[in-house]
Design a protein around this ligand. Structure first.
Ligand code: MSP
Length: 533
């Protein structure tokens, strides 16, 4: 079982391409593991509680639940549009989740791992949060962004995080799979050295924040949003679920959990609070999840943010360039773990070159030539000439690189390997010149071999692309009439000979229509108008 989850998105604002990237990445990995024949469960969802949602709701003049529902609907619609194949939906206002959070709180309290204490500190009225020395400016004061800062005494509930420090340090040091990529593990270890001065405050007084899960043992408080949200990974996996619940069985999904999260929420939430919480509730080291930490999409080198007003809307991109171009770009132009700069010109360039020109053209030409020269029937003559044997080798090398890269979540590398082979096929066409072979009847078997090789490569490429662009893949496989031939295949069992001798293919239809620039569109409109005259 491969249990894969993503961060759950805050419902205090509309989805942007950062959210979309993470879900597409998780979806591609889930599809890849399904193709491998593994049983996969992909969980994603929304983080609906907390101060930000309460504030946005107040501004909009609606209840926090109404506000969260409205934003949740936007996420759901986007995931549907982008083809995110999730199996479970984690919404933190779901009563099944609330119940699980409350049961965990009760248990920790009964075991003496939670305590109440009073804290006096500097509080920003505008931001509604306590400030620490980290928020002080060089001169020692707090900046104007915090508004009025007052000294406030407040009682709250705390989780004994400091008790977990020794264990966590040892665990992270020795584990080779808890955090990937490896440089993030170093970052986490560095943070752990500094993180444990204080226990974790896990409550907020109701008079300050009412939009949260009430503490089951103290009705004047609600649960801190991170403590609530992190639990989604286990609550929706069936942890402490009621008898007869429709949730999955926890023992089935856990511990094979891979949590796909952005770099900003590794420290302290996922790298410190979360393993400490899991350890405190009794999970052994071997049951800790793995964290796949991805980088960020930035815009012209700077962070995308609502305040800067430079958020890129995935729906607008999908309207303009299509879902497939967007999905492809989001995983093709970023190295998993690292940041990248979002650039719509590169989106168009990568789609037009690698999909429209390279792969689209390859399938189109190969099918067309097979229709024209062999009546749409594939034949597979024995033996290889030099060029064909090179192409066969290129295909098998591509497949192992593709697999290796995907198994390490390096989708961009996998797609680069695929594209390199597609390019090799296109140069094979140029070198073989099937149209010239077709002129000499004695070259018939060389022609058949060339077309057989090309169509075989198309079938393999279309199959592998299925984890990134499932719809395009299925359109290609339909034209090749190869879907049923690949039904029981996994990438590892993808040997030569998918298309048997005598197999019929269909006439092609463009799978990746070129994205035209505004100029090209204007030119082609003018041409059309000229023709009509
Ligand atoms: N609600 C918390 C997560 C709780 S998980 C128990 C949260 N939500 S978020 O909406 O702010 O972010 C959701 C995910 O999107 C995070 O993994 C975050 O890193 C990711 N991204 C947000 N902006 C991003 C980019 N610009 N680029 C890539 N991913 C980004 O954090």
């Amino acid at each position: 079982m491969f249990y894969i989850t993503t961060a759950i998105d805050y419902t205090n604002g509309s989805p942007h391409i950062g959210h979309a990237y993470e879900k597409v990445l998780a979806d591609v990995l889930a599809r890849w593991h399904r193709m491998q024949g593994e049983e996969v469960y992909l969980l994603t969802g929304v983080d609906q509680h907390g101060q930000k949602v309460q504030q946005s709701a107040e501004k909009a003049g609606v209840s926090p639940q109404e506000y969260a529902n409205e934003v949740t609907a936007q996420f759901i619609a986007l995931w549907k549009r982008l083809g995110i194949s999730y199996d479970g939906w984690a919404a933190t206002t779901d009563p099944r989740h609330e119940r699980c959070v409350q049961r965990i709180l009760m248990e920790l309290k009964e075991r003496g791992l939670l305590y109440k204490k009073s804290y006096t500190g500097f509080y920003s009225v505008r931001q509604e949060q306590f400030l620490t020395d980290k928020e002080r400016r060089e001169g020692g004061d707090f900046g104007p962004e915090w508004g009025d800062v007052i000294e406030l005494e407040e009682e709250n509930w705390y989780f004994r995080l400091t008790d977990q420090a020794e264990w966590l340090k040892g665990f992270v040091e020795k584990s080779s799979s808890f955090v990937l990529p490896n440089f993030r593990k170093q970052e986490l270890l560095y943070a752990i050295e500094r993180a444990f001065d204080n226990d974790l405050c896990i409550s907020r007084p109701k008079e300050r924040l009412s939009w949260g899960i009430p503490l089951p043992f103290d009705p004047n408080f609600v649960t801190y949003v991170w403590f609530d949200a992190l639990i989604n990974y286990i609550s929706f996996a069936g942890y402490l679920a009621e008898e007869g619940s429709a949730l999955p069985r926890f023992e089935k999904l856990w511990p094979a959990a891979c949590e796909v999260i952005g770099k900003d929420i590794l420290v302290p939430a996922h790298g410190i609070y979360w393993p400490a919480m899991l350890h405190a509730i009794g999970l052994p080291d071997e049951d800790m999840p793995g964290l796949l930490v991805h980088g960020w999409w930035n815009l012209k080198g700077s962070k995308m943010s609502k305040t800067l007003g430079n958020i890129v809307d995935p729906n607008e991109l999908a309207d303009k360039f299509g879902v497939e171009a967007l999905r492809y770009y989001l995983v093709r132009d970023i190295k998993t773990g690292h940041d990248a700069d979002f650039d719509p010109d590169r989106l168009v360039m990568l789609y037009n070159t690698e999909l429209a020109n390279d792969l689209g053209n390859l399938c189109n030409r190969s099918l067309n030539m097979c229709m024209k020269y062999s009546g749409g029937i594939v034949s597979a003559p024995e033996g290889d000439d030099e060029l064909s044997s090179e192409l066969r080798l290129s295909l098998s090398k591509m497949e192992s690189s593709f697999s290796d890269a995907m198994n390490q979540a390096q989708v961009s590398e996998a797609l680069a390997a695929l594209n390199a082979h597609v390019k090799a096929c296109n140069s094979y066409i140029e070198q073989k010149q099937p149209w010239a072979l077709a002129k000499s009847p004695e070259k018939k078997s060389e022609l058949d071999r060339a077309l057989g090789h090309l169509l075989e490569s198309c079938a393999h490429a279309a199959f592998l692309l299925g984890c990134v662009l499932p719809d395009a893949s299925s359109r290609m496989l339909t034209q090749l009439d190869a879907a049923r031939l690949l039904q029981d295949k996994t990438p590892d069992s993808l040997a030569w000979g998918i298309l048997p001798a005598g197999h019929s293919v269909h006439a092609p239809a463009p799978v990746f229509p070129r994205i035209l620039s505004e100029e090209e569109k204007a030119r082609s409109a003018a041409k059309m108008a000229g023709r009509r005259k």
